[in-house]
Design a protein around this ligand. Structure first.
Ligand code: ACM
Length: 708
């Protein structure tokens, strides 16, 4: 790399004096036999040091040297003054210091940072960097300051713990993102997310190199941003009166910019607008007035696209908001409008007929044409102010100008259809964190999979993607635990080369490390569930409750709406289901253990030494679950809020008992009788039933152990 080899005379001189695995590997004149040995050593080193980088860099070569904890890093900056770099460097040094680095009185080695110019995050500017760690020092080099921010995030993930202290392993990294747009969409409308919550999530985003905060600010249940032009929007438009002042918005924008993160606001129109109409009834399609909406269902309430006053209103509001948000992109939602408000209003039906907005039969009015008309008006309004419009995939239609960016949430097809029509596109389908699917499932979703039907020209329109966190079932206290660590898997999918991220087991290993890193950054995804459990346990021992909570997950998708429990904006999210992880790590590890025991059992009896450790770990886990119900039931029965989870606790114990028997059969080489197997399967089937909108997460692995 040109920018890597220039300058830094001191470090480069030291590097060239030092013959390491890294420099040897990069030496073209090495003899093949030596290279082979080196390669094996390097492979061993890279698995032994088991690096925790996430997202994985585009290219990395591990050496065998170490930069020890006694070597204090002495920063040397070269590049135009940039407050974001200075501040990020300061944070990195504080975090590295936690590993025992930079102690006074120790030797100093250079941490050289060099960049050519200040980057502009809002123009997809270069985020490329190279990071070289040798026993002589650290060299971080990038064309722009943005690359330096990304490189510092990598540096923070590099330390390898070694007893009380840590070392930086020798490595040579050349890195750049696969996709320019790597976002996290946060719904601050359903449950308001205070500035502190947004800020700590921006820290999490920066740690895993996500670079766009998509801020969903308005919805049926709340209008969450101060408008000075239309103040009733925030005053009357929500059930709890919570919103961001414009000063707070500016504070978030500055915080994000300092981390190389752009902020794209979403003002969702024409549907999802009950809060707008509560405040300004003149916007309504059906000439009704509305009370603040306290349920979570989609209302299909929409503002009136046929009245000029609607556009005058939007023009004034968007003039105000486009000035507040500097990013060139502006999201206008456009999702989930079934048109019922329009079709049931004679005045609007007459308008559609008068303007030929009818289906092929020439008679039935076509709400999609009316929405496209609306979108075109809004797009023109935004273009006048230099903004590019983004909308959810419902806005796609043949008459939509190509400049509009389409964010696909309903399926991959939407993404491909839009790109084929010439629109820039973003993928969110597959990345909906609120559906409570696994990190592996998000990891498998790729905006440009190997079998993409898009031509190379169309592929260029794929900007990237966004993880999405809707907050009907997440409040400001526990939203972190629904976002993290799974969003880091999406971050890797969007940053790392397609070919380097196929190893799901390794992804989970690194995800666990990132999860700890995020906790030290202040994210509360680990802490809040534990606090909720302690609150529920009161003066009692929390351990049995934790044992159950660790192996249940909230029901998937949006099934919480349909299981006999009525949720409103006022419902407190402090039940066991809210403390349960979206993806149970305990259940996942149990599944991995079952897989290895089943695989070992297929080759040899399970008493051979290789399998013994895994079998004992499995047995220990099952014994803990078997014993848990007796310990937990008194608490479940004494607390009315916990009583609904009694069946899950009983089922966990019943399942564990059956699986223990199965393990003994496998260990002793006994075959299970058909009657025993049928009864065992029936036990697992019965345990499938959710309770309190949660379900046991260990049944799939349990079935594998049964052999079915
Ligand atoms: C959406 O999830 N309605 C964009």
């Amino acid at each position: 790399m040109r920018y890597f080899t220039q300058g830094f005379a001191v470090l480069n001189r030291r590097v060239s004096q030092w013959r390491s695995g890294v420099s040897a590997l990069r030496h073209p004149a090495l003899n093949p036999a030596k290279l082979c040995v080196k390669l094996v050593l390097l492979l061993l080193t890279s698995t032994a040091t088991a690096q925790n980088l996430m997202p994985l860099p585009a290219e990395m070569h591990w050496g065998q040297g170490q930069l020890g904890w006694k070597d204090a890093l002495k920063p040397q900056l070269s590049g135009p003054t940039d407050s974001a770099v200075t501040a990020a460097l300061g944070r990195t040094l504080v975090r590295l210091r936690r590993d025992g680095r930079n102690l006074p009185g120790t030797a100093t080695v250079p941490l050289q940072i060099r960049y050519g110019r200040t980057g502009n995050p809002t123009s997809f500017d270069s985020e490329k960097y190279s990071l070289r760690v040798t026993p002589m020092g650290v060299l971080l080099d990038a064309p722009t300051s943005l690359g330096i921010l990304r490189g510092l995030a990598t540096l923070e993930q590099l330390p390898v713990r070694d007893g009380h202290h840590s070392y930086l392993p020798e490595v040579d990294i050349q890195d750049q993102p696969r996709f320019a747009w790597r976002g996290l969409s946060l719904d601050a409308a359903r449950h308001f997310l205070p500035v502190a919550v947004i800020k700590r999530n921006l820290d999490g985003m920066a740690a895993v190199k996500l670079n766009v905060l998509h801020w969903h600010l308005t919805d049926d249940q709340g209008f969450r941003i101060e408008s000075k032009v239309f103040p009733r929007l925030q005053q009357a438009g929500s059930t709890d009166g919570l919103f961001y002042t414009q000063d707070e918005v500016r504070e978030v924008l500055a915080y994000a910019a300092a981390r190389g993160i752009r902020v794209v606001p979403e003002f969702d129109v024409p549907s999802h607008t009950t809060s707008w109409i509560v405040a300004y009834p003149r916007l309504a399609s059906n000439d009704s007035t509305y009370a603040p909406y306290r349920l979570w269902r989609t209302t299909n309430v929409a503002i009136d696209p046929t009245r000029e006053t609607t556009y005058t209103f939007l023009d004034s509001l968007f003039t105000e908001m486009t000035a507040l948000f500097p990013d060139p992109y502006f999201h206008v939602g456009g999702d989930e409008n079934d048109g019922r408000n329009w079709r049931r209003t004679p005045r609007i039906v007459a308008y559609m007929r008068a303007h030929g907005m009818v289906k092929a039969d020439g008679k039935t009015v076509d709400k999609h044409q009316l929405q496209t008309y609306f979108n075109r008006r809004v797009l023109a309004m935004l273009q006048k102010r230099g903004k590019t419009m983004i909308g959810w995939d419902e806005i796609l239609g043949p008459d939509l100008p190509k400049e509009a960016v389409i964010q696909s949430w309903r399926g991959k097809k939407g993404l491909n259809d839009a790109a084929k029509l010439g629109h820039p596109v973003l993928l969110s389908n597959g990345y909906y964190l609120d559906l409570n699917y696994s990190a592996a499932s998000a990891y498998a979703a790729d905006p440009l999979p190997a079998d993409t039907p898009l031509t190379p020209a169309e592929q260029k329109l794929v900007l990237g993607g966004e993880a999405a966190m809707w907050t009907e079932f997440a409040d400001s206290a526990m939203v972190d635990s629904r976002i993290w660590p799974r969003a880091a898997a999406v971050a890797e999918r969007l940053w790392s080369p397609q070919a380097t991220s196929q190893n799901v087991a390794d992804m989970y290993r690194r995800l666990a490390a990132v999860s700890t890193e995020l906790a030290t950054l202040g994210l509360r995804h680990q802490r809040t569930p534990e606090l909720l459990l302690k609150q529920m346990a009161g003066p009692n021992n929390v351990a049995p409750l934790r044992t159950l909570a660790e192996v249940i997950e909230p029901v998937k998708e949006y099934k919480r709406h349909f299981q006999g429990y009525s949720y409103t904006t006022q419902t407190t999210l402090n039940r066991l289901v809210d403390a349960a992880p979206a993806e149970s790590e305990t259940a996942r590890r149990f599944g991995t253990l079952v897989d290895s025991v089943v695989a070992a059992g297929a080759l040899a009896p399970l008493h051979v030494p290789a399998a013994v450790r895994q079998v004992s770990a499995l047995r220990a886990q099952l014994l803990r679950w078997e014993a848990n119900d007796v310990l937990l039931q008194p608490l479940l029965l004494s607390n009315s809020a916990l009583r609904e989870y009694g069946p899950l606790s009983t089922q966990l114990t019943a399942v564990a008992r059956v699986l223990l028997e199965r393990l003994t059969q496998l260990q002793t080489g006994q075959a299970a009788s058909p009657a025993w197997l049928a009864a065992a399967r029936a036990t697992l089937d019965a345990a499938q039933a959710p309770a309190g909108q949660a379900e046991l997460a260990v049944l799939k692995a349990g079935r594998k152990l049964l052999g079915s």
